[in-house]
Design a protein around this ligand. Structure first.
Ligand code: F2R
Ligand code: MG
Ligand code: MG
Length: 313
């Protein structure tokens, strides 16, 4: 792909994550809403303040760039440093506990096993994984390994690692589809279904296919979910993108209108949509209101350059 187009897609993905997160954060934990109400909310907000979803995405991007690829110790320390600087970003219950364990001497690769039964399958490892999808899009087996490893710092449950791989793969497939070429929904879903190994996620991808023409949001939520657990939110985000792949705005508005874990579902759907359509598809009036936008854009540019410096084979 031409360098300029790739750069626009990296920008679209990271800025698209942050805007989905920041808009969705205003409705997190609430019920379904009308799309018109989400649009007016976006118009009224003077600044778009992001949450842990973007904060941890930034951490992954920073670590991949600085380490020229995955380095578990460095990524864990980056998460901790960022969390300690801004602990008010609305983190999930698990990660701060793990950061405490690592600071007390537990290894980055084992601390997460002590959380919940068999580790966490909260959606926290998928919500932040977009930079892995961008950087390793040309090698899906390596993408899977790095997604698992980045997840295992905080989310070591099999469903936790698989969620990160599923979302990273969706970002990679979107990145690899030229923005002026229509998404073939059937092919997109078949690739995801062949890629993912866990039976539950395979079933979820099949349900996405069945729901593509569905008008009733309550049915979408009943089948795919809108909760903090990954199986009830990562497939939902992919669905939100595939319903309206041509429009970043419609994707994010629809994701938020489903209620529940709105910042996270909109962040993940926004990441996929931005990776496909690029930064130019993200409304300029939303971009102008995003806090820390210049830093997020600089990270996206650096990540795009890193594709040449990192061993992705
Ligand atoms: N924390 C929030 N939202 C709460 C409200 C924030 C408020 N607006 C504020 O400003 O303070 N959102 C963020 O957390 C979610 C990501 O969470 P993460 O990082 O996955 O956390 P955790 O604790 O690992 O998992 C979340 C929940 O999933 C359930 N769960 C996970 N593993 C489980 C297991 N093995 N067995 C049973 N349940 C499991 C638990 O209920 C966890 O608490 C995002 O929404 C982000 O935006
Ligand atoms: Mg959040
Ligand atoms: Mg959330």
């Amino acid at each position: 792909m031409h360098k300029r187009k790739l750069r626009l897609k990296f920008l679209g993905c990271l800025v698209g994550t942050a805007i989905g997160d920041a808009l969705g954060a205003r409705r997190e934990g609430r019920g379904m809403s009308r799309s018109e109400d989400v649009v007016s909310l976006a118009e009224k907000l003077e600044q778009l303040i992001y949450t842990d979803d973007t904060h941890m995405t930034i951490g992954i991007a920073e670590s991949l760039i600085e380490s020229k690829g995955f380095n578990g110790e460095h990524m864990a320390q980056t998460f901790i440093k960022n969390y300690e600087a801004e602990p008010w970003r609305g983190y999930g219950p698990g990660p701060p506990r793990i950061f405490g364990m690592i600071k007390s001497g537990e290894a980055w690769y084992s601390a997460a096993n002590r959380l919940y039964r068999g580790g966490s399958f909260g959606n926290g490892s998928a919500m932040r994984v977009a930079p892995v999808g961008l950087l390793y899009s040309r090698n899906l087996e390596k993408l899977r390994r790095i997604a698992y490893q980045s997840s295992s710092i905080t989310h070591s449950h099999e469903l936790g690692k698989e969620e990160a791989a599923l979302q990273a793969c969706a970002v990679a497939l979107a990145l690899n589809t030229p923005s002026d070429e229509e998404i073939d929904k059937e092919t997109f879903l078949s690739r995801l279904q062949n890629f993912i190994q866990d039976r539950l996620y395979k079933e979820k991808v099949a349900q996405i296919r069945e729901l593509l023409g569905e008008q009733d949001k309550a049915k979408v939520v009943a089948v795919l979910g809108n909760g903090m657990e990954a199986p009830r939110s990562v497939p939902t985000a992919i669905y939100c993108f595939l319903r309206q792949p041509q429009s970043y705005k419609d994707t994010v508005i629809y994701a938020i209108s489903l209620g529940g874990d709105t910042d996270t579902i909109a962040a993940m759907a926004g990441a996929i949509s931005g990776a496909y359509r690029g930064i130019e598809a993200v409304p300029s009036e939303w971009r102008a209101k995003l806090e820390n936008r210049e830093y997020i854009e600089a990270l996206a540019e650096n990540l795009a350059t890193s594709v040449n410096n990192v061993n992705v084979e």
